[in-house]
Write a protein that binds this ligand. Structure first.
Ligand code: ADP
Ligand code: MN
Ligand code: MN
Ligand code: MN
Length: 387
């Protein structure tokens, strides 16, 4: 049994006593933001005099960017700008969770605030009514980094029985999945489904379909809820795209795409056009499909374990070994959506949806083209960090 954290073993009944104390008219609001890694989330909580009714009731706040890989100590104040409010499934009503954009001291977006560009691009294609649905895969680990419930020495039986598996010897950690699912629904996140994955201790939930910015916001908050639920159980959710090397499936963030035209009779033709464009810009997409410019996906996109090779672009109906798949049902009916299987589990959904729109519907360069990509700035941040 993988070790769980000490704090998860504190007396939860005692905790519940304080949790349920009346709090008067005030509301606790937890501000959530993406840190300088572009991958991990931070949060802090404040008290507001009354329950906020919408984003306009939430004041801006700030934080110490020198402790989040986002600023130098000498000029460390960063702005938190609330953009999406959710109900708080931990502290319950009237308390809130709020997703924030991060701005630098000069009010320019922080390097890892890719939401600004995503919003702009989505506005440019508003007429096409582009929808996205994202499938988030993740792996449960003990606090020692070993997959949750895997034998301490050695491996579980090889892959086969675990995908959508039932039974104590097949489903590792379902409690967490169920709690996360309910937490998302309470918060107002449109989770459409969940399933156990091919590798034991690996799971998936899906968000959408909806507009790009909306789905990306929801996915980030769903990730926050996942990490937070796991914290309560004393385990860790990893979004590493290939947590275990060898014949074990990696973790992706398949991104499903449609437009008003593709969703109508004869829509297959529009999907084929979009896929043709994706083919031409494969390398640029790989650069933005993980936070390290393709390095993480290099471990995952091997051409084995239901992936395509990182080095080539392929597409096919019902083909889980292709870069882009048209689901069987969509192929048969001739309209619907296609699935880009390349994004890694730890991708930034703002960057992924933005580059797809640019390539497929704007035909203009941008994401992944410039040498000033996010990943290069992250590397600098990381190496400069004193933490
Ligand atoms: P699979 O595992 O077979 O690839 P899932 O059932 O896990 O498929 O996920 C399907 C995804 O497709 C969901 O995220 C859903 O939101 C998304 N989706 C469904 N319809 C559309 C659509 N019209 N446009 C975009 N995404 C869609
Ligand atoms: Mn799926
Ligand atoms: Mn999956
Ligand atoms: Mn999929």
């Amino acid at each position: 049994m993988s070790p769980v954290s000490a704090s998860s073993r504190l007396n939860k009944n005692l905790h519940q006593h304080y949790r349920s104390l009346p709090q008067g008219d005030v509301a606790q609001v937890t501000y959530v933001w993406i840190d300088g890694s572009g991958e991990t989330l931070r949060c802090k909580t404040r008290t507001l005099e009354c329950e906020p009714q919408g984003i306009e009731d939430l004041p801006e706040w700030n934080f110490d960017g020198s402790s989040t890989y986002q600023a130098d100590t000498s000029n460390s104040d960063m702005h938190l700008v609330p953009v999406r409010m959710f109900r708080d499934p931990f502290a319950l009503d009237p308390n809130k969770l709020v997703l924030c954009e991060v701005l630098k001291f000069n009010r320019q977006p922080a390097e890892t605030n890719l939401r600004v560009r995503c919003r702009k691009v989505m506005e440019d294609v508003q007429d096409l009514k582009v929808w996205f649905g994202m499938e988030q895969e993740y792996t449960l680990l003990g606090v020692d980094g070993h997959p949750f419930d895997w034998p301490q020495n050695g491996f579980p039986g090889r892959q086969g029985p675990y995908y959508c598996g039932v039974g104590a010897d097949r489903a590792y950690g379902r409690d967490i999945v169920e709690c996360h699912y309910k937490a998302c629904l309470y918060a107002g996140i449109k989770v459409v489904g969940t399933n156990a994955e091919v590798m034991p201790s690996q799971w998936e939930f899906q968000v959408g379909p909806g507009e790009g910015l909306d789905v990306a916001d929801q996915l980030w908050m769903a990730r926050f809820l996942l990490h937070r639920v796991c914290e309560d159980f004393g385990v860790v959710a990893s979004l590493d795209p290939k947590p275990i090397t060898g014949d074990w499936n990696g973790a992706g963030c398949h991104t499903n795409v449609s437009t008003e035209a593709s969703r109508a009779e004869g829509g297959l033709q529009y999907m084929e056009e979009a896929i043709e464009k994706l083919k031409e810009r494969h390398a640029q997409h790989i650069r933005v499909y993980d936070p390290r410019g393709g390095q993480d996906n290099l471990r995952r996109l091997t051409g084995l374990q239901e992936t395509s090779s990182i080095h080539s672009f392929t597409a096919g109906v019902a083909d889980r070994g292709a870069s882009v798949r048209i689901p069987r049902q969509v192929g048969l009916q001739g309209w619907g959506y296609f699935e880009d299987r390349r994004p890694a589990a730890n991708c930034d959904p703002y960057a992924v949806t933005e580059v797809i729109v640019r390539t497929c519907f704007l035909g203009c360069p941008g994401g992944g083209d410039s040498p000033e990509t996010k990943s290069s700035s992250i590397r600098t941040h990381r190496s400069k960090s004193t933490i």
